[in-house]
Design a protein around this ligand. Structure first.
Ligand code: PMP
Length: 286
């Protein structure tokens, strides 16, 4: 069965799908996106993702060409046509195609909407979670608005590649004051030496992860002590546990940072517990 993608109103064979070379996302990374998990054929926390897409659009003065209900219909169609049981859907909206000029195209230029689906491997994801992942630390060299989910991801791409080349799964980005902001494609968490769950506040220095928000609610319901505050790398080394979160990874325990074991050097109980209960609590829409 060949994969099917959505491009500006049409469902096309994925391999044949494309957009104009004048597209603003191709020329300027002038676009926004969302990645939503599909679990048991249902979209997880879809509303939160679509609300964040609307916020990203507003922040970049980009007009969403259709209402959330129409976007939801497209995502469902992709899940069905690609027969995704577990995996994710990707949705991108750009400022459209226009003669190359840094300033916005003339009003009325249609936005580009692209979406596609990926099948995941639940067993492989579980195996990764139970083995734990390694991370490396790198300076956070991104622009000052990583809270906007744009396709402008070059620093994240470079950080992820450096992590891979170091045999790690993720890079934790460290700001000029020594605080860990987040991962290159995930939010960063620790269980500090006092047993408190700590993650960076959802300010302009990080992407306010939808998974992060859901985990904070789950952790509160489980009676865990939680503080949203920045933590340093030095504190992470002393932490009982560390983990990352994101829509494609849910929760992955971090067992080493920069080659130093965290806690016992094995996945922690808090991280694995949050991962195990995530889908019980996260709203899933068919
Ligand atoms: N931070 C960054 C930089 C990301 O790319 C992601 C993944 N989109 C996240 C955090 C996690 O966000 P979410 O839980 O909404 O996937």
């Amino acid at each position: 069965m060949s994969r099917v993608a959505y491009v500006n109103g049409r469902y096309i064979r994925h391999a044949a799908a494309g957009v104009s070379i004048d597209d603003r996302a191709f020329l300027f990374a002038d676009g926004i996106y969302e990645v939503i998990e599909v679990f048991d054929g249902r979209l997880i926390d879809e509303e939160g993702h679509l609300l964040r897409l609307a916020r990203s659009a507003a922040q970049l003065r980009l007009t969403l060409p259709m209402a959330a209900t129409a976007l939801r219909r497209i995502l469902r169609e992709l899940v069905a046509r690609n027969r995704v049981t577990d995996g994710h859907v990707y949705l991108q909206v750009t400022r459209g195609a226009a003669k190359r000029d840094h300033g916005f195209p003339k009003p009325g230029t249609p936005s580009t909407v692209v979406a596609f689906a990926h099948r995941g491997d639940r067993a492989a994801a579980e195996a990764r979670a139970h083995a734990g992942i390694k991370v490396i630390s790198l300076p956070d060299i991104r622009w000052k608005r990583p809270d906007i989910k744009t396709t402008s991801l070059l620093p994240n791409v470079l950080a992820k590649q450096q992590a891979k080349e170091a045999g790690a799964y993720e890079a934790w980005l460290v700001d000029a004051d020594g605080f860990v902001t987040e991962g290159s494609s995930s939010n960063a968490w620790i269980v500090d030496s006092a047993g408190v769950l700590v993650t960076h506040p959802a300010d302009s220095a990080i992407l306010a992860g939808i998974t992060r928000a859901r985990l904070l609610k789950i952790a509160a319901a489980r009676g865990l002590k939680i503080v949203e505050r920045p933590f340093t790398l030095a504190e992470a080394f002393r932490a009982q546990e560390a983990f990352i979160s994101g829509a494609t990874t849910i929760v992955l325990p971090v067992v080493a940072i920069d080659g130093q074991n965290i806690g016992s050097g094995a996945p922690g109980a808090v991280a694995l517990g949050l991962r195990a209960s995530f889908h019980e609590f996260a709203p899933a829409t068919a």
